[in-house]
Write a protein that binds this ligand. Structure first.
Ligand SMILES: [Zn+2]
Length: 262
């Protein structure tokens, strides 16, 4: 599943490619024919990312909501697009290019109350300038659930996935199994700061590199694939060299270093 940085990058790219002009919309696969018809010929005003959700805004409060889920993906074509092949749910085209959307969990039109309800269900997104970390803290500080589960719960904090969970908790020395209410306010502030920095970094780089140049002993751009995380998919901790433990947490694999994290 893509993490928030991928979604924010898509929002920027799509706004740049199709924004400010009338788009043509079609559903080559046929599963979004009515929705595509409503968008067709409308001007794309902007694209917002909230956690893992994308909102494409058109005039008259018309909003297209997309959530990629586990299997969804976008393909961008500059210039004239190829003939549609396979299960393309939605094809959006403008003067400069085309975006194909395949296999999303959600691709639907929303009216303003539906958009409001969606945003109310989501926790603050560290990548958004208007994010209010207090909302996440209110949930975390009262919860007996493990902090590792809380940071990936999109209603607590939006946009954080499995890699950033493992890495930000390692950097802050917080064990994923620690109950939310045992995280101190200072630890939460530092964790929010680390998540924000890591996600912003991911938006810039287009890939996840959480290990610092200092810890890697080389510029971050040169860190080989497979060595770019401290504990995620590692067998030894890239900070202390000790063994990394992994286990299932709410159906997703979690990683932690028992030496660095408590
Ligand atoms: Zn360690």
């Amino acid at each position: 599943m893509p993490e928030g940085h991928t979604i924010h990058r898509a929002a920027r790219k799509h706004a740049e490619l199709l924004g400010g002009a009338a788009v043509s919309a079609e559903s080559p696969q046929g599963r979004f024919t009515d929705g595509a018809r409503e968008i067709d010929g409308q001007v794309l005003q902007r694209v917002d990312a909230h956690g893992k959700h994308l909102l494409y805004r058109f005039p008259d409060d018309l909003t297209l909501h997309v959530h990629l889920g586990l299997f969804g993906r976008f393909l961008t074509h500059r210039g004239a697009p190829p003939e549609p092949r396979g299960a393309i749910r939605l094809r959006l085209s403008g003067p400069d290019g085309t975006i194909d959307l395949r296999g999303p969990t959600a691709c639907e039109l929303m009216d303003p109350p539906e958009v409001e309800a969606l945003l109310a269900r989501l926790g603050p997104d560290p990548l958004r300038a208007d994010a209010d970390p207090e909302r996440a803290w209110n949930r975390i500080s009262r919860s007996t659930r493990p902090i590792g589960a809380l940071v990936m719960d999109q209603s607590v904090l939006a946009g954080v996935g499995n890699v950033y969970r493992a890495e930000a908790l390692l950097v802050q020395g917080i064990h994923p199994e620690r109950p939310g209410r045992e995280v101190t306010p200072a630890e939460f502030d530092a964790l929010w700061g680390t998540l924000t920095r890591m996600l912003q970094d991911g938006v810039r780089a287009g890939r996840i590199i959480t290990v610092s140049a200092e810890d890697a002993g080389m510029p971050r751009s040169r860190i080989p694939r497979g060595e770019r995380t401290y504990v995620y998919r590692q067998s030894t901790c890239r900070r202390c060299g000790g063994p990394v433990r992994d286990w299932q947490m709410d159906g997703r694999r979690a990683w932690a270093c028992p030496t660095c994290q408590s």
